[in-house]
Ligand binder design. Sequence first.
Ligand code: F6R
Length: 612
Amino acid sequence: MCGLVGYIGERDVTPILLDGLKRLEYRGYDSAGIATLVNSHVEIVKRAGKVNDLENLVALNPKPATIGLGHTRWATHGEPSDKNAHPHIDHTGTITLAHNGIIENYAAIRQRLQRDGVEFTTDTDTESLLQLISAFYDITGNLEDAVRFALSEIDGTYGIIVMSSKEPEKLIAARMGSPLALGINDGEYIVASDASAIVGHTRQVIFLEDGNIATLTREGYEIKTIYDEKIEHKVTEITFDIEQIEKGGYDHFMLKEIHEQPQTVLDSMRGRILKNHGTAKLGGLRDVMNALNSAQRILITACGTSWHAGLVGEYMLEQYARIPVEVEYASEFRYRSPIIRHDDVVIAISQSGETADTLAALREAKLQGASVIGICNVVGSTIARETHAGVYTHAGPEIGVASTKAFTSQLAVLSLLTLMLGRNRGFISLEQGVEIAKEFEAIPGKIQQILDENISEIKTIADSITESTNVLYLGRGYNFPTALEGALKLKEISYIHAEGYPAAEMKHGPIALIDENMPVIFIAPQDKIHEKVISNIEEVRARKGRVIAIVNHDDEQIESLCEHVIKIPPTTDFLTPMLTIIPLQLLSYYVAVNRNCDVDQPRNLAKSVTVE
Ligand code: F6R
């Protein structure tokens, strides 16, 4: 959360910073600002609101410069306001800093410095770090040393970019628990909280590690530890294109990403299905194959949408690979003294690979001796680097704050893992495996079919629930997690209250909510509990609830019971969530559009939650 970008080179820095901030805006968007050095003087322009508002403000008084930094904020300490927007400037007017993360001991530092007469001008935790750097700068006269000394007193997380008007040829960046990538180009450097702000300029990046401090000048860069030891880093090539982080003709990133799913699911599976052997090969897991094959238990930990994918994973791994699985909210996992054994395998699922809770959970699991696997989308992300082994989902950059294509690609990887372990552990026969592998290959085409056939009906349903205040999502078995995910999508972007439940659980409480105003969305493909779901539909009808259902093409029985149906092709039971979630994503999208909501940047949310 929060976007950070900094530049040093020969070009005019302002458009580079603004463009970077627009690409990072999905990470946080309640205020934004830039700081540049103009004739060795710090110029800051910042304000509450979106990057577009900042751009308009900057345009009123453009000032050319070739070094600067920028920030787009998701507020933690201090309300979103002009005053609290980053970058901040120290009390001497010399040092400017933008920060992503949380300074946990900010209050003690603030009190100490205030006692020394330093005046604070914002409500942020960040200002404590800045004024502390300033205090050390007073003593050392060297920005790099001052940053190093200040950071050694900090508890908490940070990605920071700092510059000083007294050292106008230098930009300093440092990280601890908050990602930073350094883009390297001819005579210029771009440092940013993710590669999307860099790829338009260069493909050569270094992903900084926790505890790194990078000093950038036009002549070169140096990366050191906080203890002043020099370190070398591998330069990595960014593999995605700039087109992948643009809207490509769609009104919103979310709609584009929903429509990308035939391709992204294909990409998640590409080269990983061994059709003739009826199994899958996940090369990234090579080093943990023994642990996986002999695991007595798998623990899956994740947050939000990734947690929902984990729940589907639990159902499939238990049914087909016969391994006991537990799925834990990462935020709970770490703090509830979990019992983790050496023969457990822990799977951390994360689109961004930077979610603080998931990272903390995996560190806890590692500490207790488990083998830890990552299922991540962002290549080179912290979770991907800190796990013992892992599988990338290859969904490409996901910019829409509401996760869509990342979810289906996580399901694809979990399905492949299930097939592989089911075969390895002898619970899936060769014939069965070959059938499943064939069905995998059909999934992208079936997703495309759903997108081709259903948009108009989904728009009609969206119109019919746009004014609703509550919506219930019900499903069973593999589609109980889908119900949770469908409800999450609706509430995130349309602000309509929505709940997901196992369909049969409804009668234990939620049924009290049902009346003629309550839309109830059933996810009801023809699986082994189909008849039971029909009974649940009847229970809702008996209370005059409005039934909408996702059904298979030839399911006339349910059709006759519903106000609306969305028809999808059939598939093997454990693959159905990859299909049933598609109409639910579209439905929440069209409802949000009807309600004039900001689909890609819903209120209060941010992509990649890097604070606990
Ligand atoms: C929902 C959503 C969030 C994320 C959650 C975990 O649409 O995007 O619930 O799924 O914050 O994020 P990752 O997967 O990046 O760890």
